[in-house]
Design a binder for this molecule. Sequence first.
Ligand code: ADP
Ligand code: MG
Length: 620
Amino acid sequence: MMRRVRGVAAPPPAERADRRAPQKKKDGAERVDRRAPQKKKDGGVKTSSLFKHNPDIPALLSPVVSQVKEKIFTSDSFSDMDLHPHLVATLNKVLNVSTVTSVQKQTMPVLLSGRDAVVRSQTGSGKTLAYAVPVVQSLQALQQKVSRSDGPLAVVIVPTRELAQQTFQTFQKLLKPFTWIVPGVLMGGEKRKSEKARLRKGINILVSTPGRLVDHIKNTLVIAFSSVRWLILDEADRILDLGFEKDLTVILNSLNSTGPSRQNVLLSATLSQGVTRLADVCLNDPVTINVSGPASSDLTAPATDPGSADQPESFTLPEALQQFVVVVPSKVRLVCLAAFILHKCKFSKNNKLIVFTSSCEAVEFLHAIFTAVLSTNQKPPLSFLRLHGNMKQEDRTEVFKEFSVSQSGVLLCTDVAARGLHLPAVTWIIQFTPPTAAAEYVHRVGRTARIGGRGSSLLFLTPAETAFTTELANHNISLSEMKLEDILSSLMMDDTFKGRGRYHSQSSSKALEQETRERATVLQTEFENFVHSDAQSLQNAKKALQSFLRSYTTFPAPLKHIFHIKHLHLGHTAKSFGLRDAPQGLSAPGGGEEQEEGQPEERGGRRKRLCQQGGESAEI
Ligand code: ADP
Ligand code: MG
């Protein structure tokens, strides 16, 4: 019998074919699977282990969806808005923007008129300036000139450190002509003492991650919130996820004490019902702006349709984003990803890729194995960067900067990079492990095709997970299928991972397929050799597998029928971590022990804390 993850029930239909074949043999498939490919006498490589006994790849259903289009730019310019001329000049010269986007055109007048707002528009449509420009415009116009001793006048909450940094930099630029207004960022990972000192000197526009702000509210007595006039929650749905909800309550309580009346703004490309509830409670008669929704004059319409139990939220994706899905049996996943990366970064130029995976350990694993196996013998060497929540802050900042300015390369990351980040010129988003919700899918792919640009995305699914395309279709997202063989065929573009060598250009298509499979097996063998080369690498691969299994138990209830730990084949999954054998004594962790306390699994973002950081709310 093949080994499966503990507590196995019936396999999903897609895996059944897989199990039947080997069972006919007395020998069973296990031994075949577990051995590294062996050299035949003639020097060829056995290809049996990688391509045999895989589940059939089911035909993908492609439900018809009518994707909603959102026009990014308008014909108006910033100089037409009622803004200080120095602010317009700064927008033009420092930020290089002149034409306003649709969301900016709709949001800025509302905020400048003093109203609260809930804003939804697609990823990369310019939401940051849509709120930052009105904040700066209003603060520079205050009768009583702003001074550092006023403390925070605007508080901007964002879910991750990199987004905090990026948002802070936008304010720094906008404030160039208004030097008396001081922006500042609190983001964790930095010395509390130095943040405290900066707070004491006075920060007028305070950008922070929720956890770090709470930390200062509790431990630093120097934040006086009495003058706060603006509260912005960017990526508002995310801020209500994870452990952030509790943090937000602390923040709201400390803001709500006294002071002038405050304008509140919630923004995201995806708004959940939680955001609508928050808007009801915290916002004062807000204007809802939904760029792809009903005309903005129709402000009474439920424009921010967050969906409901039987009516899922309909998402708008960038028009020039091409979305693909590939169905890959577990065993072949690692080589398939490697072949795709080689195709984009070795055999074609100027591609910048972001690869999302589910845990810090998996990012570390992929980074080590690709750097060792794919970078060698390349000129220039393929560059692999990594970003996840278990890295030191200096390293995170360094990587973020490096990837931002680079023309090409691969960033391996967790969902810590899924929200809000603007990394210029990214051409491909690869979701090596699936997102925990359709909304997270939208944010991950939203790292490309920004502000009217082009971009593509590729989602990896196993045969058992293909129903996720239907889930995406329910949210108005439609994907085109890419074939596994086509991706693997890039291994034929040079002879680095040559098979038996009998193939030549006149050979039959069968021989071509055989050679491609042999090359994939050679590559897999190299991965396995790397993993088994020393105890540390082996340990890292096992840790990555374990964390993958753990994260697989965290899918929210409505997606559990698609992504269930019981559907995973442990031996095959181990292979996608370069392990020849499914590790002994490894079992799927029972649900619950890492579950956020008291939080039912109801939405995607309620993911377990896979990598916790001292004193800060969950980051991944
Ligand atoms: P969103 O928050 O909607 O995902 P961002 O605010 O991050 O989008 O903006 C994406 C990028 O577009 C940023 O680099 C920003 O500087 C740029 N941008 C914003 N507004 C404009 C504009 N009106 N014209 C050109 N570029 C813009
Ligand atoms: Mg944004």
